[in-house]
Design a protein around this ligand. Sequence first.
Ligand code: SF4
Length: 291
Amino acid sequence: MRYEGPIYRPPSEADSLLIQATVGCPHNKCTFCMVYKKGPPYKVRPVREIKADVDAAAEVYGNRVQTVFLPAGNTIAMPTDQLTDVCRHIRNVFPKCRRITVYGSSQYLYEKGLDNLTLLAEAGLTRIHVGMESGDDKVLAQTKKGADSATQIQGCQMAIRAGLEISVYVVLGLGGTDRTVEHAQNTANAINQIRPHFVRLRTFIPKINTLMLHQIKNGKFRMLGPHGVLREIETILESLEAPTEIRSDHYTNYVDISGKMPQDRNAMLDKVRAALKKPESDFRPVFVGTQ
Ligand code: SF4
């Protein structure tokens, strides 16, 4: 297998075969993200090379492969005919494969449209991890996410209608102290409209080589403390009406509140409210992320 540039995968893909389909991120502008800021630039790998990597993996793992993840940052942006070709090849080589997953921002889902997303689902693509980050237009604009909330909602809805599973990411604290109320409420509203299969919670930490770290240092962005972040989770949980599964499978979070909505809402809220009773000094310190 050949890999180029940073290779990230969701925690839920820890046991998956990683076959790199794209390099870098075609957007690469988010002010909180350092992953591809130093390159390499975005490109789609030649399909014959991707297939050769699938074949090489088959020589090592035989037909044992059950889940495949296709890095890098926005593989959904790959031309549809090429991505369907890769998905079909994976399904042929690994007949026991039950899931093929990619990262994909909602603007690329929206650009693809229902027809292309349906072709991808039919070819065997299963799940897309979407960095929604916020449902608040001001936060999305400030962080240069490249999509407003209407695009996020429509792009994800189209993917679900096409038969794909959607896992949306929310970055708690991304609006700082100035937008915390709107960030939490509008994020819950967006989730209610999308009705994603999964919601994954992450807590904002400043990363090196990012505009947001610079904004924090010069006082233009004020971070939430642990209680502020926990109150955002409380608002989101109280406001969610869509059936979905919450996962907080990440080291940045102050509390683990994984569960299903609506049946686990009260248990998750109890955990958040118990955490709110602890002094802020009991939680992890703020640090600058380097990866
Ligand atoms: S957060 Fe995602 S879309 Fe934004 S720059 Fe990073 S990899 Fe690209």
